[in-house]
Design a protein around this ligand. Sequence first.
Ligand code: BES
Ligand code: MN
Ligand code: MN
Length: 464
Amino acid sequence: MKDIKSYVEENKDRFLSELIDLLKIPSVSADSKHKPDMLKTAEAVKKNLLEAGCDSAEICETPGHPVVYAEKIIDKNLPTVLVYGHYDVQPPDPLDLWNSPPFEPVIKETEIHPEGAIFARGACDDKGQMYMHVKALEYMTKNDALPCNVKFMIEGEEEVGSEHLGWFIENNREKLQNDVILISDTGMIAKDTPSITTGLRGLSYMEVEVTGPNRDLHSGLYGGAVANPINVLSKMIASLQDENNRITIPGFYDDVKEYSEAERAKMAEAPFDLEEYKKKLDIADVQGEEGFSTLERASIRPTLDVNGIWGGYIGEGAKTVLPSKAYAKISMRLVSDQDWEKISELFTKHFESLAPKSVKVKVTTHHGGQAYVTPIDTLEYQAANDAYAEAFGKEPIPQHSGGSIPIVSLFEEELKSKTILMGFGFDTDAIHSPNEHFGIWNYLKGIETIPLFFKHFTKLKQEE
Ligand code: BES
Ligand code: MN
Ligand code: MN
């Protein structure tokens, strides 16, 4: 039986080239023209899982993009780990900001990744991180090191809100039974500072439409007399935050969990360099809710952001026009114990109430999900802690993340098991941005750490 470190060392070139093959397929879930690519990716993942040692793998149709399900059951009396990940990726736009095409992966060195990083859409989020589990399984099955049962549920709609995954889980509850859910779709602090994500924010994603006159007007003939929906929308949006950057929607903060000073002090122990942070983003200052640190603002506090705003004339040159309509996509990141459906309702009511009589407003909810917190006094967390301690020679820091994986709280509700978020990306890996990448070091370290989780989890479970 080979140890994982030498197995990774001997196979790393193949591990990289297999991932690169997967990254070449443009599995953009948001874009219907990529529907065939979605299926192609699902087929590839299925094949990879079978080759890595799964007994069975299938492509499960849903009303949307398919879910890949696979398993290796070695003994019904042993514990079962359910691995979740997603094979879909964000749209790569804007294409002209990429230094190399998003679906033609290249390896390049960076300051943070001197061993090289794979540049491609989905490299870190989440194909690269999902594939660490496939290669970890390969190691375990080929080296007689799989200590328990394993199931895989790899979906194709995470980046568009996991619309049909709830349906899939409800219809496959038995099949998905497990003792712990393991996900690598988040980040860690730094190479020498391992961390485990213990919190995810929830999300409520809204779209608003403001209508003024029934047609576009000449801005000279009508300007000043008829409400301009873009001007109105801008004012409405601006009023959603006050001078302390607090969100003004009545009731918005009612269910926000406040942390004790002791808890906040503990969180503040995570290394963070504000000057470096600003420099990396090329900003002269940060901004956010009064009374909270940058790390807190980006993790344990709720937010409201405009993701896009449009209307009127945006073509070449100038056109004098008073547009009929204006639109915006607005998202709110939520924290426990905010309920995303309640927040969507509060937003809708408040936004409608802000509109002057001169315009009509339509508010629609896109999707959402609840925030998630992993308790750290559990066997599951202990197993993850032990795995990191062994792989890194250092205890990991539990850390709240600002991102969302809306389906995680549903897993817990439906499958009654805890989720462990073992992410290996860095915040600087540019997920969702041009030039997304995933460090080779991170990829291989993930492959090395995962079997250790299986080992420690099974051991702790058997001692229970
Ligand atoms: N993997 C990310 C979420 C993430 C990234 C969490 C890094 C923590 C650290 C996931 O694919 C994602 O992008 N989620 C979306 C929400 C979804 C509904 C589109 C997000 O957070 O914007
Ligand atoms: Mn992801
Ligand atoms: Mn994502």
